[in-house]
Every structure is written in C-alpha cells, then in structure tokens.
Design a protein around this ligand. Structure first.
Ligand SMILES: [Zn+2]
Length: 298
C-alpha cells in the first residue's frame, strides 16, 4: 500500500473519494501482516464487496473498522477520515461546533469522535524523553463564568510541562499534564510517565523538585524571568495562548486530552508529511472507546 503523504486537502479528497477507498486504506493497515481470524486463528478468508473478511473455516466476519477506534462511527468512515485529517494538520484545535457544521453532524457526535481521536493521540509513554530536558510548572485559565452561561469554578488550572531538546538546543518533543497541585508527588507523575532516569533535567528553584533528585539527575537554577530556560518558556507561552483561544469550549475536566492533542502535533511537526498515516496506524491499534470511558477518563 502506498501511504498517504502531505497536508493537501485536495489530494486527500482525491485519494479518499468514497467510503470504500477509506475502508481499503484501513484494511491494508490493519491486515498489513496478513489476515488471522480472531476466533479460530485461521488465515484464509473470502472477501466481501464492503471489504469485510469472512473466515473460511469458522465463517466469522470481520470488517475493516472492527476493533479499531473507528468502530461504529455513526456518520460514516469518510467523514471520520476527513475530521482526523483536519485534526492532525491544523495548528490550532478545531472546536466540536465547527466540525459539526462543516460535516453536517451533531455537535455531540463531533465532540465524541474528536475525543476518541485525542485518546488515540495520547502518548504510550514507551519512549521517554532523554538527553537535555527542561521542566516547568505553570497555571492556565482562572476565568470567571462567562456571559454565555458556561460556568467555571474560576480557579486556575495547574500544569507541569517538559521539553526535550536536540543537541542544538532546539525543541524536539513536548509533554504536559494537568496536576492537582505543585507537590513533589504530583510533579512526579510527569517524570514517571515521560522522563528517562538518564536524562539531564533542568528546573527552576521550586522545592517540589528536590525530592525527585534522588531518582533523576536534576539541576535547579533560578528561572530569572524565563531567561534561563527559554525553550520551555516558549512552549508554555504557546500552551497558554492556545488554551486561551479554546477555553470558552474546553471544560477543565478534559484539559489533559487537549494537552495530548497539543503534544501529538508538536512532537510530529518534523514529520508532518506522514502524520496522517501515523495517526491511522494508531487508529487500527486502538480499542473502541465508549462514551462512558471518554467522560470518565481524565
Ligand atoms: Zn475463523
């Protein structure tokens, strides 16, 4: 299969003119290493028009979308492809209302589907940051209830972020998570999930990092108004301004999902050409996420 490359919406719509072309792409990725029946393990199948494979031994059917993140997408696979394409290629997030209008689907369906994709974007944590890493903590939000009637508690949300730098001190990767407070225990969640013990970590003088020096190689320096760690401060600035633009429609409870989306795009900005295929590889590996899981997962 030739993977889809590039960011052109015109090329994308030419490559995926109908549901069948989308299913074919998904099927190629899903059965890259050949078909194997999930029930009996048999590898021979007969192919139906809609690209469903039927096991020739036990007659079990499996559609290209079964057990992927696109399983049972209400509005059809082609719209799912397009929304995903737009999400990975836009610099700023799209709102569920925008997507609902553009694709003629309900706001709730758009919201649900986009959270599914954000879940797919979530890092596995299998490839922790190494080398030079800067960590800093900051707050976002703190808006009072707006006139539109969405009520927030008015409290600032606390976030800890980390950047991994190249040897030229350029930003390579970014991770950020919302935490309840700036205690060592909370900060450690980011370290555990995303920072290798062999990394050379820089932080400001905040005492919350001190206990973590037992396990990680941390140098604490005065922040000097952000001048000592310019790279992480650039990222913090980006996160803050991005959250400000989406804050009217992001519920603080879901902030981590949006941070996952932010990281996914930044961390692949050097590989923009293949970003769509990358997310599709994850879509076929992902389990179907239920509405309940999306609501509960933080
Ligand atoms: Zn079978």
């Amino acid at each position: 299969m030739e993977i889809f490359k590039g960011q052109s919406l015109l090329k994308f719509s030419k490559r995926f003119p109908d549901d069948l072309s989308c299913k074919s792409y998904l099927a190629d990725l899903k059965w890259e290493n050949g078909f194997k029946c999930k029930k009996c393990g048999h590898t021979k199948y007969s192919l139906r028009k809609d690209l469903t494979r039927t096991c020739t031994f036990c007659h079990r059917d499996e559609s290209p979308t079964a057990s992927t993140a696109f399983h049972k997408v209400k509005f059809g696979i082609r719209k799912a492809f397009f929304i995903t394409f737009e999400m990975v290629n836009s610099t700023k997030s799209l709102s569920a209302s925008q997507v609902a209008k553009r694709y003629e689907i309900s706001r709730k369906s758009a919201w649900m589907f986009m959270h599914k994709i954000r879940k797919v974007m979530e890092s596995s944590g299998n490839n922790p940051m190494d080398g030079l890493v800067q960590v800093d903590e900051f707050t976002v939000g703190g808006k009072e209830p707006s006139k539109q009637g969405r009520s927030y508690d008015g409290k600032k949300k606390k976030i800890v972020g980390a950047v991994e730098l190249t040897s030229e001190k350029k930003i390579k990767r970014v991770y950020a998570i919302r935490i309840d407070n700036f205690s060592s225990k909370s900060l450690k969640v980011l370290f555990d999930r995303h920072i290798s013990e062999s990394a050379k970590v820089e932080t400001d003088k905040w005492r919350g990092y001190r206990p973590l020096t037992k396990k990680w190689n941390i140098t604490q320096e005065l922040s000097n108004g952000g001048r000592n760690m310019p790279q992480i401060h650039i990222v913090i600035h980006q996160i803050k301004s991005w959250i400000r633009t989406i804050y009217s429609w992001v519920h603080p409870e879901h902030i981590n999902k949006y941070l996952d989306e932010f990281s996914f795009r930044i961390n692949r900005s050097l590989f923009k050409d293949t970003i769509f295929n990358k997310i599709m590889e994850r879509v076929v590996e992902a389990k179907h996420t239920s509405y309940k899981e999306i609501i509960v997962h933080k």
